[in-house]
Structures are given as structure tokens and as C-alpha cells.
Design a protein around this ligand. Structure first.
Ligand SMILES: Nc1ncnc2c1ncn2[C@@H]1O[C@H](COP(=O)(O)OP(=O)(O)OP(=O)(O)O)[C@@H](O)[C@H]1O
Length: 242
């Protein structure tokens, strides 16, 4: 379980990324974080990942405080961030320094993201969607219990995006990962998440939380999800009066 208790992050220049965030996330839950630009979503993920430890409050994984990068956490960013001089398989196994089975493990996750046969390609020879699949495999190879995703599909075309959303769903089913998904895409959050947390303000605070009590996999374009989308647009204060 991931417990976030009254966490705030203020930077040395006095800027506050977000404040007073408390959330309790159960194993296997998929939580969406939605909020307009600048409300602190990326800052929150950096804090949860252990990359940014200058926060107030507490972040606990299974009761243990996060105070540095944590082996139970895997992170996926908007861009794949692959090492261009390494082959696909080497990019995936990069974090498994002393693991004798690193090649086998990397091959397994390469296959789970649908890239069998691309082991020896270099990042420059991959499409954006393929590169992001490699980034997903690289995050999975250390078998993290919690996956933090920061707008992972926002740079991709609509079709690739849908394919990778389905890939994320199948990974969640297979590995029972706990997932925190920061996204600007309300449809994506409604398609994948059990709960959506809405941040508002600058600094961002939790404004609302919506539970999506619909079994997964869900149908894209479902009428009930459409109603929830309208509600979320309202909660985010995005609707314009014409
Ligand atoms: N290292 C930093 N130093 C100072 N201020 C920062 C730093 N990182 C983030 N901020 C500030 O914290 C606030 C939240 O930024 P953050 O990038 O987390 O927002 P976001 O919700 O992820 O935005 P977006 O949706 O545009 O990616 C912003 O006002 C930003 O300027």
C-alpha cells in the first residue's frame, strides 16, 4: 500500500509545487491524477518516486518511508529517455547491473511489450510508440510494485496511444501493479482508472475524487463514462461559456 500523508513541496525559490496532499492507494489500484497545467502533478510523481526528497509530510510504501529512489517503484515519462548508444535489449536490462539473469529478464519484458525481434535495434531505428514500449519494459524489468506514469502517451498519435493504453491494461492485469497515471487525457483516465483524483489551484491541492465503479476492460465511448467526463470537465473548471 502507498500512503501519502499531508505532503507538500515548496522549492528554494519560494514556489510551491503542491500542498497538503493525502492519498491512500491499495495494491493493484489504478489512480489517475488530473489537473490543469502547473498544479503540481509532475512534482508529486517526482516526490513519490524518491527523486525529490525535499518535501514535507510522509510517503510510505507498505509502512516504510520513502527517502530516496525506491526499488518498489518504476517510473515512465512522457519521452522514452532511452540511451541512444545501447541496443533495445541493453536499454531494458540497464538497471539490472549485477543480475546474472538480466538478459533473460529483459527478453521476457521485451516480449510482454510486443517487441520480440527488436532486441538488437538501436533507439534511432524505432518509432515513437516502439520507443515508449521499450521504456515501459525497462520500468517493468525490475519488477516494481508501483508504476508511476507521467503523461506516458501524450506525445503519441491517437492510434498508438490507444494501443499502449491497452498494453498498460494488460500489464496491470498480468503483474497486478499499482499504477499512478498523471494525464491530461480525461478519456484515458476514464478508460483505465479505478479512481481519478482532481487537483486544482496553484499550488495544487486535491479538489475532488471520482470513483469509477465500472469493471475493466471498459468500452471506449461508453455513455456512463461520457457522463463522468462532463462531470470532470466541470470539476476542472474547463467548460467555457459561449
Ligand atoms: N525545481 C523547481 N523549482 C521551482 N519551482 C518549480 C520546480 N519544479 C516545479 N516548480 C513549480 O511547481 C509548480 C508545479 O509544477 P509541475 O511541473 O509539477 O506542474 P504540472 O501539473 O506537472 O504541470 P504540467 O501539466 O504543465 O506538466 C509550477 O508552478 C512550477 O513552476
Amino acid at each position: 500500500m502507498l500512503a501519502i500523508e499531508n505532503v507538500s513541496r515548496t522549492f528554494s525559490n519560494g514556489e510551491t509545487g503542491f500542498k497538503n496532499i493525502s492519498l491512500s492507494i491499495q495494491k493493484g489500484e489504478i489512480i489517475g491524477i488530473l489537473g490543469t497545467s502547473g498544479c503540481g502533478k509532475s512534482t508529486l510523481l517526482r516526490v513519490l518516486s524518491g527523486l525529490d526528497v525535499g518535501f514535507k509530510g510522509s510517503v510510505l510504501i507498505d509502512g516504510e518511508a520513502v527517502s530516496s529512489v525506491h526499488e518498489k517503484i518504476g517510473m515512465i515519462f512522457q519521452e522514452p529517455r532511452l540511451l541512444p548508444w545501447l541496443k533495445v535489449i541493453e536499454n531494458i536490462s540497464f538497471g539490472l547491473t549485477n543480475d546474472l539473469n538480466k538478459h533473460e529478464k529483459a527478453s521476457k519484458y521485451l516480449e510482454s511489450v510486443g517487441l520480440k525481434g527488436f532486441e538488437n535495434h538501436y533507439p534511432k531505428d524505432l518509432s515513437g510508440g516502439m520507443a515508449q514500449r521499450v521504456a515501459i519494459a525497462r520500468a517493468l524489468v525490475t519488477a516494481p510494485e508501483i508504476l508511476l506514469l507521467d503523461e506516458p502517451f501524450s506525445a503519441l498519435d491517437a492510434f498508438t496511444k490507444m494501443q499502449l493504453q491497452d498494453l498498460l491494461f494488460s500489464i496491470w492485469k498480468q503483474y497486478e501493479s499499482t499504477i499512478l497515471l498523471v494525464t491530461h487525457d480525461i478519456d484515458e483516465a476514464l478508460y483505465l482508472c479505478d479512481r481519478i483524483v482532481i487537483l486544482r489551484g496553484q499550488p495544487g491541492m486535491i479538489y475532488s475524487e471520482i470513483v469509477i465503479d465500472q469493471p475493466k476492460p471498459r468500452a471506449r465511448g461508453d455513455a456512463y463514462l461520457g457522463q463522468l467526463k462532463d462531470k470532470i470537465i466541470h470539476l476542472l473548471d474547463l467548460s467555457t461559456s459561449l
